[in-house]
Design a binder for this molecule. Sequence first.
Ligand code: FES
Length: 102
Amino acid sequence: MRPEDRGRPYDLVGARPEAEFEISVDGVPVPVVPGQTVGAALHGAGVRSWRLTRREGRPRGLFCGIGVCFDCLVTVNGVPSLRACLTEARPGDRITTGEGDR
Ligand code: FES
């Protein structure tokens, strides 16, 4: 079966997620399926890195995806250094990247 014949992943399992909403990431709207983490929403939007390491300026985003590596830090509604992979996105959240994060 070709991927385009399978329909949406939700259809495969009979899921009926609530309506999507948006969060703001550095002023850019990003769609979120209820229950997604900030990291999952960014990944779903095609964003693979959102901060740079202090010393060498290397890009960082999701790495472990389970809260261990701290590579995915973001600021959510003014609260700095939250792990995007563990932080559930809420309607209207304002995410900023880069500042205040290690
Ligand atoms: S991706 Fe490793 S802590 Fe979030």
